[in-house]
Design a protein around this ligand. Structure first.
Ligand code: BGC
Length: 725
């Protein structure tokens, strides 16, 4: 639909119809029971709804669209949206897991496949990607983001937006992305969901905004403000960030969609007296779509009467929504993409294979003493113990509305498929939470004693993860710890599989007890097979942590990008920054992870020692596989600016890449680094580039011991003052 037609449509709309377009309803449209006065079908029929969330499937979508097209005055099609976060019917690893793959192609591919499945189910919009950088495992929603680093989240944003929106050949297989939650939701105080956010402008500009900037640059269709405030300004009313920065400075032209009931929640937030004020604040801030608060529908007519908002402001929002519907092709093809047969892991084998690959690439082998893995042929009898061993449903993780847990592969099943020659005994030994099961522990111990080794599968219940799932002690419940203690006491070699949604703060004995530890953040439909592949040695692990695992809750936040201090950590100096009762760094940090191969780095080289603004330098390093297995190395390039206007992080990630190497093979990895990548926000938050030295660290993790350093100098030509000339 062209611009003139959209303007013509707007000119015909009543206020109710305009506010209807601006309202999103959570509903099921196939009526199977009594109809209430606020029956969704009635609301659609009266033109009071523009889009629907949490509805999918052939009958539902067809019926809803039929009502919109046949029974409303203006016959404007509806759009349908669902949180397709890590797959639709086929479920891929949770974002925090998939980020550990450090693989942009993978991130893009799984988004494109999810878009393919969701659009066949009638979905047009997903509330993803979630881009809230987070350094706090107490926050349940940490599982939805790509970890602790701004650059990783930004790269993840680009890949996901492109995968959802632009990758599939047919336009009807493309899904509009809504990047969320703008912004800094990941910094909620104490990791308590919905709590206040009080961070510096520097943190906002350096850490939390860049992933959203990347999403906007990639052309994301929508942005969702977070439920929270920043330094007292509620995000759903934050004109400074939503309008001045996002719209004006960044040039974002898509729709801004509120979070669920967030406009109405401006009242308990304490910044709006009533629904009228709430609606005015949100509209003035730039929110186009009210998800489920009814504030626009109820508040804006009164606000208009009182002269608090203008019809032009309402029309601007309606115009953006109609443009979005037009770009989706809904005016021409209101049932775009919809298919009667249900697509999913059972019907799209290619997606299933892709999910297995994604899950394998997301696993992080963090400990492997004496090469316990891959399993040797001498291991004949295996006891698979723990409440997560046969937990199909948990493998799916949070936010998988259309995923079918019956299709998910448990760890036990995956091990049975991969280890056909071994004798596998299974004993749960404990529930996920609740009281310790003494009889269960006794049977687990007996099974362990009768085996050559134990695979101990501990983890979380998927209901303990995601939204409203904050914990002060993110670690196994006591019943699981009792089980682990008893199993360790048998003295059998243990592989501990941690099937969680977030970093766990493990007691030291629990990290020390097992010979091997596999971090298996919820891997989705094919989680179990992926674990089986790695244990059996059919797949050589390549995942690296995108998030630090602290030793103690009291260390939080602990991450690789801490700033330099005036008293840098020095183990020999008591008056340097440190804890008396815990190490300064995390137990396992950013980039940590093992392979069945060994990789060695040569010296890092730069193609020139000095660069000026806008110039690019090649930074290269030789990498060799000195082990006996073919494997895939992950190489990170960090920088550190030792002297700047503001203190800089000790390391800043600038790039990463993978290298596949056969035993004995070497390759040269070459990164490009542009001087603009050394810019950092000055005191006005404008990008600033200083002359001087930059240290470049290339390595296999964020640990200095795994890195090689090379330096470069930035030298900009002196500024010529034309007036003086
Ligand atoms: C969440 C959003 C989500 C929305 C719709 C809210 O509770 O914060 O992330 O997109 O619900 O499901």
């Amino acid at each position: 639909m062209n611009t003139d037609k959209i303007e013509h449509l707007i000119s015909q709309m009543t206020l109710t119809e305009k506010l209807g377009q601006m309202s999103m309803l959570a509903a099921s449209l196939v009526v199977t029971g009594p109809v209430s006065p606020r029956d969704p079908v009635m609301l659609v029929r009266e033109g009071r709804v523009g889009g629907i969330l949490n509805t999918w499937g052939y009958d539902e979508i067809r019926e809803a669209q039929r009502v919109a097209l046949e029974e409303t005055r203006l016959k404007i099609p509806l759009y349908f949206s669902v949180d397709v976060l890590h797959g639709h019917r086929t479920i891929y690893p949770i974002p925090l897991a998939e980020a550990c793959a450090f693989d942009r192609d993978l991130w893009l591919r799984t988004a494109a496949e999810a878009a393919d499945e969701a659009t066949r189910d009638g979905i047009h919009m997903t509330f993803a990607p979630m881009l809230d950088v987070c350094r706090d495992p107490r926050w349940g929603r940490i599982c939805e983001c790509a970890g602790e680093d701004a650059y990783v989240n930004a790269e993840y944003a680009r890949a996901k937006v492109t995968g959802f929106q632009n990758t599939n050949d047919h336009p009807h297989r493309r899904l509009a992305g809504v990047a969320k939650h703008f912004v800094a939701y990941g910094a909620v105080t104490a990791g308590r969901d919905y709590a206040e956010v009080d961070i510096s402008r520097r943190a906002l500009h350096e850490v939390y905004l860049p992933p959203f900037k990347a999403a906007v640059e990639a052309g994301v269709a929508g942005i969702m403000p977070s439920f929270t405030d920043i330094a007292g300004i509620a995000m759903s009313a934050h004109r400074g960030l939503l309008h001045d920065l996002l719209r004006v400075k960044w040039g974002f032209i898509g729709v801004i969609v509120s979070d669920y009931n967030a406009i109405g929640e401006l009242i308990p937030h304490g910044v709006a007296q009533d629904i009228v004020e709430a609606a005015v604040l949100a509209l003035k801030a730039g929110i186009d779509i009210d998800m489920m608060s009814g504030a626009y529908e109820q508040g804006l007519p009164i606000a208009l009467e009182r002269g608090l908002v203008t019809m032009q402001e309402i029309d601007t929002a309606v115009r953006r929504i109609l443009q979005m519907k037009s770009a989706m092709g809904l005016f021409e093809y209101p049932l775009r993409g919809l298919q009667q047969e249900i697509p999913g892991p059972d019907t799209i084998p290619a997606h299933r294979a892709s999910a297995r690959d994604a899950a394998r690439r997301s696993l992080v082998l963090i400990k492997n003493e004496d090469g316990l893995l891959p399993l040797s042929n001498d291991v004949r009898r295996i006891a698979v113990i723990g409440p997560l061993a046969d937990a199909q449903s948990e493998m799916m993780g949070p936010w998988c509305m259309a995923g079918d847990e019956q299709q998910a592969i448990s760890i036990l099943q995956g091990l049975r498929e991969s280890l056909r020659a071994q004798d596998i005994a299974h004993v749960p030994g404990a529930n996920i939470d609740g009281p310790a099961d003494l009889a269960g522990i006794a049977s687990a111990v007996a099974a362990a004693q009768a085996s050559d080794m134990v695979v101990l599968c501990l983890g979380e219940n998927r209901q303990h993860t995601g939204e409203a799932a904050s914990r002060t002690l993110p670690r196994p419940f006591n019943c699981q710890m009792e089980l682990a203690k008893a199993v360790f006491e048998t003295g059998k070699p243990v592989l501990l599989v941690l099937a969680t949604s977030r970093p766990w703060i493990l007691p030291d004995w629990m990290a020390a007890g097992p010979r091997a530890i596999l971090i298996a953040l919820f891997g989705g439909t094919e989680a179990g097979r992926a674990i089986g592949d790695v244990v059996a040695g059919d797949y050589n692990p390549t995942g690296r942590l995108c998030i630090s695992w602290p030793y103690r809750t009291g260390q939080i936040p602990v991450h690789y990008g801490m700033r330099s201090t005036g008293r840098p950590h020095d183990p020999n100096n008591g008056f340097s920054t440190s804890f008396l009762d815990a190490p300064i760094g995390p137990r396992w940090g950013f980039g940590d992870g093992l392979s069945y191969s060994q990789f060695e780095l040569g010296e890092a080289q730069v193609s020139k020692p000095v660069i000026s603004a806008e110039e690019t330098v090649d930074v290269s390093i030789e990498i060799a596989n000195t082990g006996a297995h073919s494997g895939e190395a992950t190489i990170f390039m960090f920088t550190h600016d030792p002297v700047a206007l503001a203190t800089r992080p000790l390391l800043e990630l600038k790039d990463f890449r993978k290298a596949v190497l056969a035993p004995g093979q070497r390759t040269l990895a070459t990164f490009q680094l542009n001087a603009n990548q050394f810019r950092y926000p000055d005191f006005n938050m404008e990008p600033r580039l200083d002359n001087g030295r930059i240290n470049i660290f290339i390595g296999t993790s964020a640990r200095r011991i795994d890195q090689k350093c090379v330096t470069i100098d930035v030298l900009q030509p002196p500024v010529v003052n034309d007036d003086a000339a």
